[in-house]
Design a protein around this ligand. Structure first.
Ligand SMILES: [Zn+2]
Length: 306
């Protein structure tokens, strides 16, 4: 069986403050609220469940709605850390644990026990892996094995510095470039490599294309490529999409207008973005991929060699 997952990181407008140099809190604007119609329409039209990676800043009035979707089997809710700190994996263990546990406990109050974690900014270290094992998580999806993405980010950060800007993005540790592209059980001491022994925590990296090579299955790249035939993983890999709630924000909504000059993805109208995604999903379904939540995928991989 070939599996595919649509995961969506619910980074809120306040989570983007540092990278976009927004000085004040923007509580009146909400990416969660302004993306909800677009995400609804994808779930309904393409008939796919989603895995929603929430942060503590996610718009609370929508939590009940998420939990209804979980009950209906249309969504899984997973942990994207409380404060979405891009330097989380370079922080001290006490702070790391608080970032994971505080969101975990908040969501548990709604009757949902999260099983999956994605760190902000794509990285996994030994401290995070340790906390997740202790709290009972069964998978992470922390690595983006796209060499193309890191090369572009590195150039962008260097160029920003030359032009006198101070980019808030964090350059990734070099070990990120050595991570596997297929789901694997991370070594507890060095989670970027595969463990010799069977572990309980499975890392499910986001997918990269085979041709053209190393294009990550993320919003910006997908909407640039447009053609569904390029969005295919290597034949034995699951297709793991890492979209963002921002990818579903209408360009003329309040947060869409506010972020338009800062986020390239909003230059493409929402109707086109949804169309591109629906065509990609249709193409993968025609090729035998079954769309499931990441937790379902993880449970299926449990019975096979991952
Ligand atoms: Zn994020």
């Amino acid at each position: 069986m070939k599996f595919a997952c649509i995961s969506i990181d619910y980074d809120e407008i306040n989570d983007y403050r540092k990278i976009h140099d927004i000085s004040e809190l923007k509580d009146s604007l909400s990416i969660t609220r302004d993306s909800s119609k677009g995400i609804e329409s994808l779930i309904r039209n393409a008939k796919v469940p989603i895995t929603a990676f929430l942060t503590g800043a996610s718009y609370r009035p929508f939590f009940e709605d998420f939990m209804d979707k979980v009950k209906d089997g249309l969504a899984e809710v997973a942990n994207h850390s409380y404060s979405h700190d891009y330097a989380l994996t370079r922080s001290d263990p006490v702070y790391i644990e608080a970032q994971i546990r505080s969101l975990h406990d908040l969501i548990a109050e709604y009757g949902v026990i999260m099983k999956g974690f994605r760190s902000p900014g794509w990285h996994l270290n030994a401290e995070i892996a340790q906390v997740l094992q202790a709290v009972g998580y069964s998978y992470t999806s922390c690595f983006n094995p796209s060499r193309l993405y890191y090369a572009m980010k590195y150039i962008w950060i260097k160029l920003s510095k030359i032009t006198g800007k101070t980019p808030a993005s964090v350059i990734h540790p070099i070990d990120t470039l050595r991570t596997p592209t297929l789901p694997y059980f991370p070594d507890p001491q060095k989670p970027h490599i595969c463990s010799d022994l069977q572990q309980t925590l499975l890392e499910i990296p986001i997918s990269v294309s085979l041709i053209p090579p190393f294009v990550p299955f993320t919003g910006y790249f997908i909407f640039k490529l447009k053609n569904p035939k390029f969005i295919l993983p290597r034949h034995e890999h699951p297709a793991i999409f890492n979209l963002h709630a921002l990818d579903f924000v209408h360009e003329n909504s309040p947060s869409g207008r506010f972020l338009k000059s800062k986020e390239g993805v909003l230059q493409t109208p929402l109707s086109i973005r949804l169309n591109v995604l629906e065509n990609i999903i249709k193409n993968l379904k025609n090729k035998g991929y079954q769309f499931v939540t990441m937790e379902t995928l993880r449970n299926n991989l449990n019975s096979h060699s991952a």
